[in-house]
Design a protein around this ligand. Structure first.
Ligand code: FAD
Length: 459
């Protein structure tokens, strides 16, 4: 290893981040709201639970079953709200973390639903001295809206299982996505039995009002921010493909233009959800980060060919209509608060890193870009980065097996930038690369709060 990045003159301090985007506060507020919501649900249960709710094993099982159903019903709404693109949540937490919270809550919701069903069946079995299967059938027949609830519950379980890593990796994104969309129907199907048969709702007007408000509010948020506003915005901003430009082996840039491109408020490091209105692209919207922020009415994304959608992008015709939703994301330059910034990119991560480099220079920083690629043919946008005044680019080329080491390991990084612990890092690239780079930076004593990482996956 011969390279060492020299920083002779200290770079000017990158402009400190704005208060609005300071991480932590907003995300704590969202978490506090969630905890408060659970406390309210516990209160709703506690205030309407009958005396003797735990007097016998049968009563205790039934009470736990009811409670888990209520908490599960609340958390399902939270899960939906987290990914409903509610601007306050998005600004406070960032869509990528909201998606990860949504995913983490999924396991708890599934667990609560299973506990709900099992405990009610076993509680009833003990009380009525019925075998479990007979009790299950009896519950289905004696309470209103139970068949729809059963269908909804089975659908929930299927969606939950489809997200388990083992199964998820075997499904195409589109199948997984459309299975998830059925969750809205499942929520509706299971909602009915809560109001018509739920012991804590049937004759409890306050609980009913709170529950109806929760579900209606959730539905209104989804309709407003996931469907109506994005569709209106996308239609008003009608973007079109201006050109598709090959950048390197398997990487293409798509230039987009439209009457309102400049007004989108896109910042370097942001991503948008793009739905190309062309054959083979209609199934789902795909997230891509901007590799050049809007200027002169154009914005650019740079896309690595990995699957059916991204491979078809080069065939897009100029003039094709594109619906874009966003911008989203908090991988932005205003989070930089240290004078020295290192940008670590690999694969498709070079798009957002290139945009960030430009923005950081504009803010007075002199970023160093460590650009990991398996061969020189995979260094998309290299010339552009090298031509940026104030940016130092260090290509780290070669497979680990050829090099005999990983250039993003602790020692190679320490060799490149000896005082790396005093720097701030933005990392974007394949998951393995990101994890390794982050681990090395942590081993070099860079505090976690100065390491910003963008995952190029939301599933
Ligand atoms: C925040 C973010 C920013 C991104 N920025 C870029 C970028 O600038 N350049 C780039 O090349 N790639 C980027 N990606 C990755 C890009 O979205 C996927 O590579 C692309 O959607 C793959 O689609 P495919 O059909 O070609 O591949 P597939 O083989 O169908 O999918 C490969 C993987 O991509 C993910 N994926 C597929 N479709 C979607 C979808 N509709 N929505 C979300 N994830 C999906 C899934 O994890 C899937 O396992 C970004 C991803 C995220 C989450």
């Amino acid at each position: 290893m011969e390279q060492t990045v020299s920083m002779t003159a200290p770079a000017r301090r990158a402009r400190v981040r704005s208060r609005a985007t300071r991480p932590g506060t907003g995300s704590r507020a969202v978490r506090a709201a969630l905890v408060l919501g659970v406390v309210v649900v516990l209160g709703m249960w506690w205030l309407t639970v009958p005396a003797g709710f735990a007097a016998t094993p049968a009563n205790a099982l039934t009470s736990v079953g009811e409670l888990s159903g209520m908490v599960g019903g609340f958390l399902v709404c939270v899960q939906v709200l987290l990914i409903a693109r509610v601007p306050w949540f998005e600004n406070a937490v960032g869509l990528d973390r909201l998606v990860s919270w949504h995913r983490s809550l999924g396991a708890s919701v599934l667990f609560l639903i299973i506990v709900h069903v099992l405990f009610l069946v076993f509680g009833g079995e003990l009380a009525d001295k019925n075998p479990p299967w007979d009790e299950f059938i009896s519950i289905l027949q004696s309470y209103p809206d139970m068949l729809t609830a059963l269908v909804g519950t089975i659908a929930f379980l299927v969606v939950g299982l489809s997200s388990a890593r083992l199964i998820r990796t075997k499904l195409s994104y589109e199948v997984w996505y459309w299975l998830h969309v059925t969750t809205y129907v499942s929520i509706f199907l299971t909602f009915l039995h809560q109001l018509s048969g739920g012991a804590h709702f049937v004759a409890q007007p306050i609980n009913r009002v709170i529950w109806i408000a929760l579900y209606l509010g959730t539905a209104a948020a989804v309709l407003t921010w996931r469907f109506i506003l994005p569709t209106l915005d996308a239609w008003r901003g009608r973007m079109r493909v201006a050109a598709v430009v090959p950048e390197s082996d398997g990487v293409n840039s798509v230039w987009l233009t439209g009457p309102r491109v400049q007004e989108l408020g896109v910042r370097a490091g942001n991503f948008l959800l793009f739905r190309f209105l062309a054959w083979g692209h209609l199934g789902t919207a795909h997230p891509y980060s901007v590799s050049a922020v809007p200027a002169d009415g154009y914005l650019r994304i740079t896309v690595g060919e990995i699957g059916d959608h991204s491979r078809r992008l080069p065939a897009l015709k100029p003039g094709s209509l594109v619906f874009a939703e966003g911008p989203f994301g908090r991988f932005t330059a205003d989070r930089a608060s240290r004078p020295h910034v290192v940008l670590i990119a690999g694969g498709a991560g070079i798009g957002p890193i290139r945009a960030l480099a430009e923005e950081l220079v504009r803010r007075g920083a002199q970023p160093v870009v460590l650009y990991r690629a398996r061969s020189p043919r995979h260094l998309a946008l290299l010339g552009e980065l090298q031509a940026m005044p104030g940016v130092t680019v260090v290509p780290l080329v070669g497979r680990r097996s050829e090099l005999g080491y990983d250039p993003l390991d602790v020692e190679p990084l320490r060799h490149l930038i000896p005082d790396l612990h005093n720097w701030e890092a933005f990392i974007c690239g394949p998951e393995g690369m990101g994890e390794r780079a982050e681990a090395s930076l942590r081993a070099l004593r860079m505090p976690k709060r100065f390491i910003h990482r963008e995952e190029l996956s939301m599933s």
